[in-house]
Ligand binder design. Sequence first.
Ligand SMILES: Nc1ncnc2c1ncn2[C@@H]1O[C@H](COP(=O)(O)OP(=O)(O)O)[C@@H](O)[C@H]1O
Ligand SMILES: [Mg+2]
Length: 524
Amino acid sequence: MQFTDQLLVGLLEAAPDAMVFVDAGGRIVLVNAQTERLFGYGREELTGQPVEILVPDAIKAGHPAYRAGYMADPQPRQMGARIELAGRRRDGDTFPAEVSLSAIDTGEGILVMATVRDVRERRELQAEWERLKTQAERDRLERQLHQSQRLESLGQLAGGIAHDFNNLLGVISSYAEFVAEDVASKTPQQEWQAVREDIQQIQLAAARAAGLTHQLLAFARRDVIQPRALNLSQVIEGVEQLLLRTLGEQVELSTELAAGLSPVLADPGQIEQVLVNLAVNARDAMPAGGQLIVATASESIDADHAASRVGLAPGRYVSLKVSDTGAGMPQDVIDRAFEPFFTTKAKGEGTGLGLATVYGIVTQLGGHVQIYSELGFGTTFTILLPETSQAVEEPSSAPPAHQGGGGETVLVVEDEAAMREVTRRILARNGYRVLTADNGLHAIEVAASHTGDIDILVTDVVMPQMLGKEAAEQIRAHYPAVKVLFMSGYTPGGVLGSGVNLIEKPFTEASLLAKLHKMMSIRS
Ligand SMILES: Nc1ncnc2c1ncn2[C@@H]1O[C@H](COP(=O)(O)OP(=O)(O)O)[C@@H](O)[C@H]1O
Ligand SMILES: [Mg+2]
């Protein structure tokens, strides 16, 4: 088959683009049907007119020069590959256009064929698509914000309950300990065996409950922590054995620990807890075995990246990535995973506190945690902890063995009567002279009216009327040599300075005595 005139005319008239033939002088010689439709002119109105009739006023003036430039080197090209071109209709309306040019040598001179396509619809679709994209990004950020606010209020709720509950546990376990000791001195031993076993159950349950309240306090960011500058890679090396034991034989552990990382400020116990919680979850997500990868790296977060995550500030971070090859999580689980008590596990198998604790710890350290998960392929937790300029501190040596006092005088300040009495009793029966006060003001009075030394002040941190810290300062004014031990299940803001002596509630008799012994053995 050959091109015939009839075929060529048919093609031209059926073309979806406007086609305008222009001679070397810039006059229109031929147009197709789409040109008539697009520009609103009849073809008899266009023939013989300068092509600028189809060009909007704004760019009309420069057009002849452009045309001359093209004629000097008439290569096929798409006009406006870089600039926004436009066409002008008969009614003066303009529209965004894409124009391609080709030169045809007719034997009687060169003709330029301009193919014009109205791209308004495409531009509008593009703009709409951009708008939807921006909207989706905004929705995503809003959802993140909503989630973090939700976690914030859950934290306040949980933290309040956990704090009170923690004190009760302190009382329960201390009295259980007293009774256990009484029983131990009874004879004949076999007759008391059953009672001893029962007491042991009470102690076990109290210890487990204390573990739970500490998870809640960690989530609520009220857990007492003593952060120090540490190297994340080193801490992870130190807990590798623990992780291996946690994971069991089915799961293969590999680590990719960056050398020469900048230090981060954290309590090593916190990092350990984060890793163990993530490892336990990973193990649960890989019942048939799999791989767990723990990796550290330096990470720099720029403003753009920070803007895409709620609660992430630009800056230098150390990242900790924990990836498993387990079951993965659907989006609705990812959305709620950090909530306390959210679990997809069977009753009795999951507490729903693992990730809540991770979240609390990481945010308390000024960091950020994010989940990436593909259902059926695995999960990656990315934790970012801000770098610190402080130098890495070496951990202090192991605490000395538990030992009683040598007649030193201790002032115990605690607003909760049961806790105060427990503390008094532990100290009194271990060779300390004990004074007590139920609040900070009262403590100052007791101290002022006491004749003789006060060697140690053991005080609650948060009490009505006066905080422990303020009471300690005033008492120190009378007794400059007094050593201060704070007792706390929580501190507002959660962080005491690293030089401060602190014991976590609930404490055991042994841990309180060890702490005091250590304090007394350091000369001030
Ligand atoms: N590595 C993981 N892979 C798959 N799902 C996970 C993973 N970690 C956590 N999850 C999901 O998040 C939920 C909450 O985890 P967590 O707070 O540790 O509570 P728990 O483990 O007690 O259920 C889990 O029940 C599980 O559905
Ligand atoms: Mg868990």
